[in-house]
Design a protein around this ligand. Sequence first.
Ligand SMILES: [Zn+2]
Length: 160
Amino acid sequence: MKSKEDILSILENVCDPEVPVLTIQDLGIVRDVHVISDKEVEVVITPTYSGCPAMNTISMNIKFELLAHGFEQVLVTEILSPAWTTDWMRESGKQKLKEYGIAPPQYDTMNNPRESDFVVPCPLCSSTNTKLVSQFGSTACKALYKCNDCLEPFDYFKCH
Ligand SMILES: [Zn+2]
């Protein structure tokens, strides 16, 4: 029978449909795994943003991945509390975001609750001369910024 660790390493293959360079493990949304038998497994996840349409795709991808590894029954359970925060993201995940051209969340939500006070550096040229264009970027989870130096618009992965 596969162990919880086996399942967690299989889940390293499941990517965020919105930011395909990030795995669900980078995002920190997998809360628990219960191996019920060698055919049956339950994965407990906490959605990043409630109502985020990507979550259905993530659940489906978790099922596909585990079915491909020989499981016949895969249950994906969502728990909403405690709510996911960007603090649960791996540092390596934040780095991957930046390389992908999305500014990673700038602070931990515990210490700095006021996002509007923060300067978001441009992920392309690292300039801090940037400006918020819209609270909603390509998806509700991101804000749209523009860099005043390289003049490129970029997404910022919002903290919460
Ligand atoms: Zn720039």
